[in-house]
Ligand binder design. Structure first.
Ligand SMILES: [Zn+2]
Ligand SMILES: [Zn+2]
Ligand SMILES: [Zn+2]
Length: 318
């Protein structure tokens, strides 16, 4: 069987799992769809592998060998095929674009649903299907240069399109309900919009109130109905948000550090925004003694940088 046929079958079975009323098939739905996407990618690497290279581009181990003319060729060895990271490296090197952030979200959800979530329902899988739809469609159109509807078949294509449409509409409603509240910083709003319910993994988090301070508001998961108060999710939401964005954009040194708030000790302090997500407090960022800006690791409830605080302590000690 060809890799492409395997890929399409795996996605189709995953969608049948998703449509099933049997709760036990939810996990296999996420596994099959994710596997199907990776197979689509491998199919492309296979197509791009040089002739007589033993499908070098999908093999983890690739070794040089002389051919009959004495030239060196890279040949695939062994049975082990590329993993997600290998695929990413090879695609990037070949200039093949995939929205890795979306793929990472699919992979994370697939992993979390097997290990962490206590509630499972078809609705909470909608985000995964919606993300998958976008990746599958773009990849088939841009890289395989085929018609996705033809390749997947009308029936399966329709499921993807419909679920994506429903999810995007609901996600938009949730996002605008969150936008109605007041936040210490817009970064908090963005973090909550990117947050996934800890009970079921759904991205459909909405505000229970139309107005007021986010700080005093509870948020509700549309998929499983769980409610969370601001103070119980904001730190995690901020950490996930910054970890994901920093990790995915490969920024070193230029990231936005999140530190523990020096005044309330309970909230995440957004260094670049200069505000704590829990108490709204702001620390001093410029040393009152030497005038230098205070780096994240030296931010305190005082107004001195680490060096000046040290010197001051020495003076006090006599
Ligand atoms: Zn939920
Ligand atoms: Zn604070
Ligand atoms: Zn100083």
């Amino acid at each position: 069987m060809s890799i492409l046929k395997n890929a399409i079958d795996s996605i189709a079975i995953g969608l049948e799992d998703f449509e099933s009323t049997d709760e036990r098939r939810i996990v296999s739905s996420t596994r099959n769809i994710f596997a199907g996407i990776l197979l689509l990618f491998k199919h492309r690497l296979c197509e791009l592998s040089p002739e007589a290279s033993d499908e070098a581009l999908i093999k983890q181990r690739v070794l040089p060998a002389f051919d009959a003319t004495g030239a060196v060729n890279w040949i695939g060895k062994g049975k082990k095929t590329v993993d997600v990271q290998n695929i990413k490296d090879r695609f990037e090197s070949l200039g093949i674009n995939v929205e890795w952030k979306r793929l990472e979200r699919i992979n994370k959800y697939r992993n979390d649903i097997e290990h962490y979530y206590s509630t499972m329902n078809n609705e909470s899988v909608q985000q995964l299907i919606s993300d998958s739809f976008i990746i599958i469609r773009n990849f088939i159109v841009d890289e395989l240069e085929e018609d996705p509807k033809e390749l997947l078949g009308d029936e399966y294509w329709k499921i993807l399109v419909d679920v994506n449409e429903v999810y995007e509409k609901e996600k938009k409603e949730c996002d605008s309900s969150l936008e109605k509240l007041d936040y210490f910083s817009n970064e908090i709003l963005h973090a909550l919009q990117a947050y996934n319910c800890t009970e079921c993994g759904s991205g459909l988090l909405e505000s229970t109130s139309d107005t007021g301070q986010a700080l005093e508001t509870s948020f509700k998961c549309r998929s499983c109905g769980s409610e969370f108060h601001y103070e119980n999710i904001v730190n995690e939401a901020i950490n996930d948000y910054f970890t994901d964005n920093v990790y995915l954009s490969h920024q070193d040194g230029d990231d936005t550090p999140v530190i523990d708030c020096p005044s309330c000790f309970e909230g995440s302090y957004l260094f670049h925004e200069g505000v704590c997500v829990a108490c709204g407090g702001s620390a001093t960022h410029e040393c009152s003694r030497c005038g230098d800006s205070i780096p994240p690791e030296e931010i305190s409830d005082g107004d001195l940088c680490g060096y000046c605080a040290h010197m001051w302590a020495k003076v006090m000690a006599g």
